[in-house]
Design a protein. Structure first.
Ligand code: SAM
Length: 258
C-alpha cells in the first residue's frame, strides 16, 4: 500500500490539478465552518489544505509517507491540519470527525466496507463527499479522452506500463461511485459538476504522467530517464507547438443518510 505511488508524491503535488476554488467552496458549505473533517487518502493535501481555511479542523490521512511529507511541506503554517499515516482500514482508531471527504481515493478502497464503517462512526447529519473526475454513470471509462493521451498510452505500453493494472475497483467492477453510495446507508446523493480550462506544456504532461501510480518513478526504476525522454519526444512529435488545452470537469458527490 505504501509503495502504490512510490516516488510520485513531488510530481503529484506539483502537476496534478486540484479541483478549483468553486469545488472547495461547495465542500466548505457542505461541512460547515465549525466541523472536523476527515480527508481520507489525502495525498499531498490537494483538498485538505484549501479546506482547512474554511473548517475548524482537518484530519489528513494517507498510507503513503511520501504523500504526507509533501502535504506537510505545502501546508507549512497551516495549524489546523493533523497529518496521520493510515488507510481506510484504521478508521476506528482515528480521532473523532464529523464528515469525510475522499478525493480520487475511494476507488482504492473496499468501498462497501468503508461506507458501512462510516455509518457507525459519523454522527447524525454526517456527510460523505467524493471528489474526482466526472464520469457518466453506465458509460465505459475513456482512457484516451484527452488529445495527448493516445501518445502517452503508446509510450507507456512501450515501457510495459498498463493503466489497467492499477488496482482500481471502478475499472474492475465498472460500478460507479454514485451507485455504490446509493446502495449504502449514505443513499441520499447529490452531484455537482465543476469545470475549468487548463493549459499544459510538455513538462506539465511529463510530470503529470509521473504522478500516476502505474507509471510512478518507483515503478520505472532505472528506466525513468529513458521514459521521460521518450515521452517528451513523442509528445512534441505529435504536437510541435507544445501546448495542450483541457477542459477539466470534476464531480463532487455529497452523500447523506435518509
Ligand atoms: C490519487 S491520490 C489522491 C490524493 C488527493 N486526495 C487528491 O484528491 O488529489 C490517491 C491517494 O489515496 C491513497 N490511498 C490508497 N489506498 C488507500 C486506502 N485504502 N485508504 C486511504 N488512502 C488510500 C494513496 O496513497 C494516494 O495518496
Amino acid at each position: 500500500m505504501e509503495d502504490l505511488f512510490g516516488g510520485a508524491a513531488p510530481y503529484y503535488a506539483r502537476y496534478r490539478p486540484g479541483y478549483g476554488q468553486a469545488a472547495m467552496e461547495h465542500l466548505a458549505e457542505t461541512f460547515g465552518e465549525d466541523s472536523r473533517v476527515l480527508d481520507l487518502g489525502c495525498g499531498p493535501g490537494t483538498i485538505a489544505i484549501p479546506l482547512a481555511r474554511r473548517v475548524r479542523a482537518v484530519l489528513a490521512v494517507d498510507p503513503a509517507r511520501e504523500m504526507l511529507a509533501e502535504g506537510r511541506r505545502l501546508a507549512e503554517g497551516v495549524a489546523n491540519i493533523a497529518w496521520l499515516q493510515g488507510d481506510s482500514t484504521v478508521l476506528r482508531r482515528l480521532p473523532p470527525f464529523e464528515h469525510v471527504v475522499m478525493g480520487r481515493s475511494f476507488h482504492w478502497m473496499d468501498r462497501g466496507s468503508v461506507l458501512a464503517e462510516l455509518d457507525e462512526l459519523l454522527p447524525a447529519g454526517g456527510a460523505v463527499a467524493l471528489v474526482g473526475p466526472a464520469r457518466q454513470r453506465g458509460e465505459p471509462w475513456q482512457p484516451d479522452a484527452q488529445p495527448w493521451q493516445p501518445v502517452e498510452r503508446r509510450v507507456c505500453e512501450e515501457f510495459g506500463l498498463d493503466i489497467r493494472t492499477a488496482a482500481d475497483s471502478f475499472h474492475a467492477t465498472g460500478e460507479h461511485h454514485h451507485d455504490v453510495l446509493a446502495a449504502s446507508p449514505f443513499c441520499r446523493v447529490e452531484s455537482r459538476v465543476f469545470s475549468r480550462r487548463l493549459v499544459w506544456d510538455v513538462d506539465g504532461l511529463v510530470g503529470l504522467q509521473l504522478s500516476y501510480s502505474y507509471s510512478s518513478p518507483a515503478r520505472l526504476g532505472d528506466r525513468l530517464p529513458a521514459f521521460v525522454e521518450t515521452l517528451r519526444r513523442a509528445l512534441l512529435a505529435d504536437n510541435p507547438a507544445g501546448r495542450w488545452e483541457q477542459e477539466l470537469v470534476s464531480e463532487v458527490l455529497v452523500a447523506r443518510r435518509r
